[in-house]
Design a protein around this ligand. Structure first.
Ligand code: ZN
Length: 247
């Protein structure tokens, strides 16, 4: 139904369009994924200022017409994450995180868990929270936190890997491998199409899902890469999306 609506949203991608406009890929609190056009936003004295750049968290007023794109009519900054913008590793981590949201969450439905997780990750990368766990050793922009974000994002999208029992036969012991096709850990008898998974990598994934993002568990690089492969193959098989490398 045509008309105006308000929502908070994070800019995932901002593309120059035509002479002076921008097309925005947004992840919104009220409606999930949203495409919008900001007319005249690249003119020098645009009332939108510099707010329509990636990673800005905004209060927006949008007008919905007949087209696919809503039109931006009002914008107020909730958080610009200025520290994130002055750090190369944080910018790169934010870009990969937003790219994962773009690929995994394409539904135009509110998903508060996914929206709050994205805002929390940007705040961590901006240095807004006290550090704990992997943040102390690895930093907010490190691989452990990036993978914890991906696991939680997969959970919010309904694609979290099965980690507590063999995803083929239900056996709770001897979980030595992971199968993306099966969507989780597998036991020795069921590991035919899986890859070996260390106890450390398995523990990392369980702990990462069980703890707040600011307390991502510490793990060796080898275990983290195993966990990354587990997340990536699960999403390939079950969500049919291919994520970029996490770091
Ligand atoms: Zn099994």
């Amino acid at each position: 139904m045509p008309g105006s609506f308000k929502t908070q949203a994070v800019v995932l991608r901002s593309i120059r369009y035509g002479e002076a406009d921008r097309v925005l890929h947004l992840y919104s609190a009220a409606r999930g994924r949203l495409g919008a056009i900001a007319k005249g936003s690249r003119k020098p004295r645009s009332r939108f200022g510099g707010r329509l750049e990636p990673f800005f968290r905004l209060d927006m007023v949008l007008h919905e017409g007949r087209g696919d794109l809503a039109t931006v009519t009002g914008v107020h900054t909730v958080d610009a994450y200025p520290n994130l913008r002055s750090s190369g590793p944080a910018l790169s981590a934010a870009a990969r995180g937003c790219d994962a949201v773009l690929r995994l969450l394409d539904s135009a439905e509110a998903n508060p868990a996914a929206y709050n997780l994205l805002c929390r990750y940007l705040a961590l990368l901006d240095g807004q929270e006290d550090v704990n766990g992997a943040l102390e050793t690895d930093g907010a922009a490190g691989l452990a936190t990036a993978l914890a974000f991906r696991l939680k994002l997969a959970l919010s999208a309904g694609f979290a890997p099965e980690l507590t029992a063999c995803s083929r036969c239900g056996e709770a012991d001897g979980l030595t491998a992971f199968s993306g096709a099966a969507g989780g850990v597998v036991c020795g008898a069921c590991e035919r199409d899986g890859f070996e998974m260390s106890a450390e990598a398995h523990r990392f994934m369980l702990d990462a899902l069980g703890r707040p993002l600011a307390q991502a568990p510490v793990a060796t690089n080898g275990a983290l890469r195993m966990a990354e492969r587990a997340i990536t193959t699960t999403l390939e098989h079950h969500a049919h999306v291919q994520l970029r490398a996490a770091a």
